[in-house]
Ligand binder design. Structure first.
Ligand SMILES: Cc1cc2nc3c(=O)[nH]c(=O)nc-3n(C[C@H](O)[C@H](O)[C@H](O)COP(=O)(O)OP(=O)(O)OC[C@H]3O[C@@H](n4cnc5c(N)ncnc54)[C@H](O)[C@@H]3O)c2cc1C
Length: 349
């Protein structure tokens, strides 16, 4: 039998590592370049909801996450700057695990299965040629539609939550809180600032994440201590939906497009896009299909699975940032059928 052609993956986040693992399961030679090293903290709500959980199961990683202390979220509540909704059951449990733990577990499993992992290797140029896949995360945009979008995250100790997931919405920001391993709570927020508006001098990641004094978020974090090494930031976020049809590169995860984070579906999309890439890449590596055909098959499948999800998530995110949104959100999320339907629409049914 002719040996399989090697696949090169640039970017060792969830999408790249998962693809590497899935290809190694099929005995495809894989080299993966990652700019950083493991374990490391990343800006992420660390709330994994949607079909992506199904990808981790067969890889044996759900059990590993649980053994590492990951928590299952079963309830959620919403809050604005003035009031809090009662906790309600999530239509589907979500896995809450730090990226510090999850990415390291994936990296270890990839190496154990014979993948070649090159850490601290930032590829300055990524070949656009057969066998090269790009999972480098978001494509930075300094501003989108007159706004600069950025994120902060920190792990906090001594926080008691009223629901497994709390989503606190305020003017130009939302912050999610969920329990992760080690009795800690992940505090992660998406923020926006108008282009031309000066960043406030006394606003650090920590003050931004703690919210407006007097708000339910601020009260919830009153006793919290933030773990210094977990504090991180990301800027240049572009949350507009994209299509892969016009692409010449093989892009997956956030590199293919970011879903608004309030959905808790970005990690899932990264895992799902790795799964959708596996079969066409295997055909290419085994020589039964051209690179172009494999890439087109993946792009078509990916677009059909993400189009509606990204549109709905974008629409709801725009609602979230309307002045009346926090109150609207509390009302909208109350009737059970609407809540379930919105949940499904932002996760691909
Ligand atoms: C504020 C915020 C909150 C979020 N909350 C949630 C949530 O609660 N739930 C959820 O599911 N998702 C959430 N997300 C989204 C989630 O974090 C991403 O969708 C997910 O990390 C995408 O994984 P990825 O592998 O595509 O990209 P990443 O995790 O960003 O990985 C990309 C990797 O590529 C590497 N890299 C980049 N360029 C190069 C290069 N040139 N050479 C080598 N390596 C390179 C980087 O170092 C990085 O490790 C949130 C995002 C933000 C911003």
């Amino acid at each position: 039998m002719t040996p399989a052609a090697p696949i090169h993956i640039v970017g060792g986040g969830l999408a790249g590592l998962t693809l590497g693992l899935l290809l190694r399961q099929r005995q495809i030679p894989v080299t993966l370049w990652e700019a950083g090293a493991y374990p490391r903290h990343r800006v992420c709500g660390e709330f994994l909801s949607g079909h992506g959980q199904r990808v981790l199961g067969p890889l044996g990683l759900l059990e590993e996450c649980e053994a590492a202390g990951a928590q299952w979220a079963r309830t959620a509540l919403f809050a604005n700057e003035h009031r809090t909704s009662p906790p309600r059951p999530l239509p589907q449990p979500a896995l809450c695990v730090s990226r510090h733990a999850l990415d390291a577990l994936l990296a270890r499993a990839f190496v154990e299965r014979g993948g070649e992992l090159q850490t601290r290797q930032r590829r300055e140029s990524i070949p656009v040629e057969p066998g090269w896949v790009q999972a480098t995360g978001r494509q930075p945009q300094a501003q989108v539609g007159g706004w600069r979008w950025f994120g902060f995250k920190a792990h906090a100790e001594q926080v008691l939550l009223d629901a497994d997931l709390e989503l606190h919405v305020s003017r130009n920001a939302y912050v999610g809180l969920c329990r992760i391993e080690g009795g800690r709570v992940n505090v992660c927020g998406l923020f926006r600032r108008q282009v031309g508006e000066a960043p406030s001098a006394d606003r650090t990641a920590e003050t931004a994440l703690r919210g407006v004094p007097g708000s339910p978020l601020h009260q919830r974090l009153a006793t919290a201590t933030f773990v210094p090494e977990s504090v991180c930031a990301v800027a240049g976020l572009d949350l507009r939906p994209r299509s892969l049809q016009t692409e010449t590169r093989w892009l997956l995860g956030d590199a293919a497009g970011m879903i608004p984070p309030f959905t808790g579906n970005g990690m899932s999309l990264a895992l799902e896009s790795a799964e959708w890439s596996t079969e066409p890449l295997t055909r290419f590596a085994r020589g039964t299909c051209s690179w172009e055909q494999a890439r087109r098959d993946y792009a078509t499948h990916s677009d059909s699975r993400t189009r509606h999800r990204l549109r709905w998530a974008g629409f709801l995110q725009r609602l979230l940032f309307l002045p009346a949104a926090p109150a609207l959100l509390l009302t909208l999320s109350r009737p059970e059928p609407i809540w379930r339907r919105l949940f499904a629409l932002t996760r691909g049914g």
